[in-house]
Design a binder for this molecule. Structure first.
Ligand code: ATP
Ligand code: MG
Ligand code: MG
Length: 555
């Protein structure tokens, strides 16, 4: 089977192969190690690695590490862990910083060819000189420096003789171009800051527009896939490749090409490392791997599987126009994956005590209960203890039920899942008038069959109080209350959902003790859950709700 459904990029590749332009397809996933990967990156990972798999090619993991002030090793390690967890293997682990010497050589080559110059305008002046979409730019007074002067200044920049911002290296392209990016883009800037890999060896660093195409070229990348906001940068990409091919050890051909696809934007979250950092540093969440975060590590901890994420990437496809994806598409992919993976067990989130008055105190029985519903083709059962005292869900009892309420009411009957039909005879309240206990009787002749006078309407979940395991239940909801937290340029932190995490003390049936700790369950009628990998222990079970069973909201 194919990893990537046909799209405009696979069509381009098919045509390239038909024309014999490339022998082997090489892609790369190029994160900057300045934060943790999120679900948007997963889209790019599935595309780049998936294409390499589908075409028998290779995909490199390239760290685009040209900004010393924001990057570090922790992020590198986290990114590697996340890509591996998603199920992909890179052909080579590459670093743009490994090419610094080669990139410097390329810059010198451009200077010698009269195609790059050292500019000494301030950033502000440079902006003013660049003009606007409607007016052409004006040449900087430094644009016509001689090759010799440029070479000397550039070398002195490298030696550290100038402070930050004193000079930059710019490509000499076209100051009148309607594409603003082509108006002599900056290729190098001075940054006196140690780099997490190259230490103090450099104090000039290449810009993305310079480093990216040349890194692709150096690695033999054939199809360089990036998001749409880089559409206008493609002209610089091509200019650099054309001007440097066959030079500085770069091949004449094949040359890499850039293609742009729509970035993933999703409702009820933000997908940008810069913004996710604010959530972490502002203490709005408990870390990069907080299960509410759209990060790969957050989703992993929440209990989402790599298969669900890959399936989601396929469902949304790859297109040329930006759009927002309805978060329900993601939630549906998670549910579809868990549906056939998660055994059904019983748990109670908000317990209400039920005493079966006609069940002897010293008695218990272990009922045989199937793990799977009829529509999941899997077999297996566990023993479920039944005894005199049970817990049911508080919501499953109502004193004054609305019409159509099918669960337990005073004098009413309900079936306990996998067990008996019970009748509520008495409601016990505390001094404040709150219901604290139900006294019920069970019909011993209803195991696996209807009562003599016909079926009861509702079935509810329950656990045996004496046997159940107390557990912390973490109920997660969307992180934001509005679909687009950034709409209207507002500060997105204003829209954080105050109820994105609700913690309750619940109970789960004892069979879970026998399962591997990473088992994902469906707690019947409640949602999909698994044990929090960081905080759960045999002494203290902590469950994360991965996703609810269905979307209760209309939108
Ligand atoms: P962020 O704004 O989150 O920092 P970025 O694009 O700056 O994103 P990079 O580390 O440079 O992050 O991204 C690595 C790769 O992942 C790039 O090719 C980028 O285009 C892609 N990517 C990043 N965000 C998304 C997204 N939301 N949807 C699809 N691809 C994305
Ligand atoms: Mg980037
Ligand atoms: Mg970025």
């Amino acid at each position: 089977h194919r990893h990537v459904s046909p799209n405009f990029i696979t069509e381009i590749i098919d045509e390239d192969l038909r024309q014999g332009r490339y022998k082997k397809i090489v892609t790369r996933f190029p994160p900057e190690p300045n934060g943790y990967l999120h679900i948007g990156h997963a889209k790019s990972i599935c595309l780049n690695f998936g294409i390499a798999l589908d075409y028998g090619g290779e995909c490199n993991l390239r760290f685009d590490d040209t900004n010393p002030e924001t990057e570090n090793e922790e992020y590198v390690e986290a990114i590697k862990r996340d890509v591996e967890w998603l199920g992909f293997k890179w052909a080579k682990e590459c670093y743009a910083s490994d090419y610094f010497e080669k990139l410097y050589e390329c810059a010198v080559e451009l200077i010698k060819a009269g195609k790059a110059y050292v500019d000494s305008l301030s950033e502000e002046e440079m902006r003013a000189y660049r003009g606007t979409v409607d007016t052409p730019g004006r040449p900087s007074p430094y644009r016509d420096r001689s090759v010799e002067e440029n070479l000397e200044l550039f070398e002195r920049m490298r030696r550290g003789e100038f402070p930050n911002g004193a000079h930059v290296l710019r490509a000499k392209i076209d100051l009148a171009s309607p594409n603003m990016k082509l108006r002599d883009p900056v290729l190098y800037r001075i940054v006196h800051a140690p780099h997490y890999r190259t230490g103090d060896r450099w104090c000039i660093y290449p810009m993305y527009d310079f480093a990216h195409p040349l890194s692709d070229f150096i690695e033999g990348v054939t199809h360089s896939l990036c998001t749409l906001e880089f559409e206008n940068n493609r002209a610089i990409y091509d200019w650099l490749v054309e001007n440097l091919k066959g030079k500085c050890g770069l091949p004449q051909s094949p040359r890499p090409h850039q293609y742009e696809f729509a970035r993933l934007n999703m409702d009820y979250t933000v997908l940008s490392k810069r913004k996710l950092i604010r959530l972490v540093e502002g203490g709005y969440v408990q870390g990069w791997d907080d299960p509410r975060m759209p990060t790969i590590s957050g989703l992993r901890r929440r209990g989402v599987t790599p298969e669900a994420i890959r399936d989601f990437a396929n469902r949304i496809g790859v297109a040329k126009a930006n759009s927002r994806v309805d978060i329900r598409i993601f939630e549906a992919a998670i549910r579809d994956d868990l549906n056939h993976r998660a055994p059904r067990v019983l748990a109670v989130l908000r317990p209400l005590k039920v005493v079966i008055t006609n069940y002897p105190e010293d008695q218990e029985e272990w009922l045989e209960a199937p793990y799977w519903p009829h529509d999941v083709p899997k077999e297996g059962t566990r023993k479920l203890p039944f005894s005199r005292e049970l817990f049911i869900e508080r919501d499953d009892f109502m004193e004054d039920p609305p019409k159509g309420f099918r669960r337990l009411t005073p004098g009413g009957r309900v079936r306990l899942r996998h067990a008996y039909v019970i009748r509520c005879d008495e409601v016990v309240k505390n001094a404040r008038g709150e219901v604290v206990e139900l006294r019920c009787t069970y019909d011993p002749d209803t195991l696996g069959k209807n009562p003599a006078d016909g079926p009861v309407k509702g079935t509810i979940h329950w656990v045996s109080a004496r046997h159940a395991i107390r557990a912390e239940m973490r109920l997660y909801d969307r992180l934001f209350t509005v679909p687009n937290p950034e709409e209207g340029g507002e500060d997105f932190t204003r829209h954080i959902n105050p109820d994105s995490l609700v913690v309750v003390e619940g109970y789960v049936e004892p069979s879970v003790r026998h399962d591997p700790p990473d088992t994902r369950y469906q707690f019947e009628r409640l949602g999909y859950f698994w044990q929090d990998p960081a905080d759960s222990s045999p002494e203290r079970l902590v469950f994360n709700r991965i996703v609810t069973l269905r979307d209760a909201r209309t939108k």
